[in-house]
Write a protein that binds this ligand. Structure first.
Ligand SMILES: [Zn+2]
Ligand SMILES: [Zn+2]
Length: 400
């Protein structure tokens, strides 16, 4: 069967059921990896992740006691607290990436893998799996886990804190979600949903931007028979959309770093915390590893994404011939790493709801947190909108 590398467009002939590790010979992208992967294991891990994630919503996440008065938080508390404080976008972003989309992704994975396991091929299988794959970017139990760890160290600096049953369910679910992602052989699922048709030996072809199915170019603008996505040889308007999103990201990067992420009101006296202040605090508490994590994910990664995408955009415009493999790898890296920047936003959602003691001490979100969330989301959309195959097209065209 013919497959086309999603990153550089190079066509490759693979056996009907490929085995082992197969790399793209042009850009080194992994086209197929079967080792350590199994549909049964992916189904088991996806289903347990879903059950534990669901349970984590109903049980106490963290418990603190202040002057003998216990107080519990649940997974949803961060959203509720920020919503009450008027930070609606922040509340929606946290609820979506931390709670709703993870549940949806693992429900879809369980349903699709379960159906395949039972030998069923219902019509919704392709679109449902396409959604499950797309949500890998936006469902962030793994990122929330790190935010949870940092939020927990922040609360425990003030108050004795215990992790509740919901907290343990969530920690295990987040770890299992990573295993589920690692053992899932996506290409094998796609082949189980619909086998690749045999292409005529001559003639141009395109590959579906979602499931990778190779089809004759004449089918452009029709729907993919496997995942029902509208077929396009290249992502439409990739350069314009990436540029617009990146410019918006640059603009918001400034307030994200200048304005406070959180404000601590202690006996009515406000103390603002920007991203850098938060890192300072972790260093003062001698929590070096966490300080490095926050610096990398909140300061370096957003900037690397913006500068990197700018370079990629200019390289397409000027039809740069060199470093194609490096640029393709950079895009893959930017695309994969972007979601980890949500750590700092999740941290607020963990410690803010517990730090509500009226006149004594109250934590509020600041304008910087909204700007920062916007930078993270815009740059994630920007790297998704970019089409790495345009770099290869431009270089090939320049060569003649
Ligand atoms: Zn390739
Ligand atoms: Zn498709």
């Amino acid at each position: 069967m013919t497959v086309a590398c999603p990153d550089c467009g190079t066509a490759e002939e693979l056996p009907q059921s490929p085995h082992g590790l197969i790399l793209c010979r042009s850009c080194g992208n992994v086209l197929e990896r079967t080792a350590g992967r199994s549909l049964d294991a992916a189904l088991a891990f996806a289903a347990s992740t879903f059950i534990l994630l669901a349970a984590a919503n109903f049980l106490p996440l963290l418990s603190v006691s202040m002057a003998g008065a216990p107080r519990d938080s649940v997974l949803f508390s961060g959203t509720a607290t920020l919503w009450r404080q008027g930070w609606v976008l922040l509340a929606i972003g946290i609820a979506a990436c931390g709670i709703v989309l993870p549940l949806l992704r693992f429900a879809l994975l369980t349903a699709t893998l379960g159906a395949i396991r039972l030998g069923q091929r219902p019509a919704w299988l392709g679109p449902a799996f396409a959604w499950a794959v797309a949500l890998e970017l936006w469902a962030m139990p793994d990122v929330l886990l790190i935010g949870f760890a940092i939020g927990y160290t922040r609360v425990i600096a003030f108050l004795p804190t215990e992790i509740g049953a919901g907290g343990w369910c969530f920690i295990i679910a987040a770890l299992l979600s990573m295993v589920a992602g690692a053992v899932l052989d996506r290409q094998r699922v796609w082949r189980a949903i619909g086998a690749a048709p045999v292409l005529p030996a001559t003639g141009a072809f395109l590959s579906c931007t979602v499931c990778g199915l190779a089809l004759p170019l004449a089918q452009e603008r029709a729907r993919c028979p496997r995942c029902r996505t509208r077929l396009a040889a290249r992502k439409p308007d990739a350069l314009t959309r990436t540029a617009a999103l990146a410019i918006a990201g640059y603009i918001l990067y400034v307030p994200a770093n200048l304005y406070p992420m959180t404000i601590l009101l202690r006996l009515g006296d406000p103390q603002s915390h920007t991203i850098l202040d938060g890192i300072d605090e972790l260093i003062d508490a001698r929590l070096w590893p966490l300080a490095i994590v926050v610096f990398t994910t909140s300061i370096s990664i957003p900037l690397l994404k913006l500068v990197g995408l700018t370079w990629l955009l200019f390289s397409v415009r000027h039809a740069a011939p060199g470093s194609l493999v490096i640029r393709t790898k950079l895009h893959r890296f930017i695309d994969a790493i972007g979601r980890w920047s949500m750590i700092d936003v999740f941290t607020i959602s963990i410690f803010a709801p517990l730090m509500q003691f009226g006149q004594l001490a109250t934590v509020q979100a600041g304008a910087g947190a909204v700007a920062f969330l916007a930078v993270v989301v815009l740059t994630m959309f920007a790297s998704r909108a970019f089409e790495p195959r345009l770099m290869w097209d431009a270089a090939a065209e320049a060569k003649g």
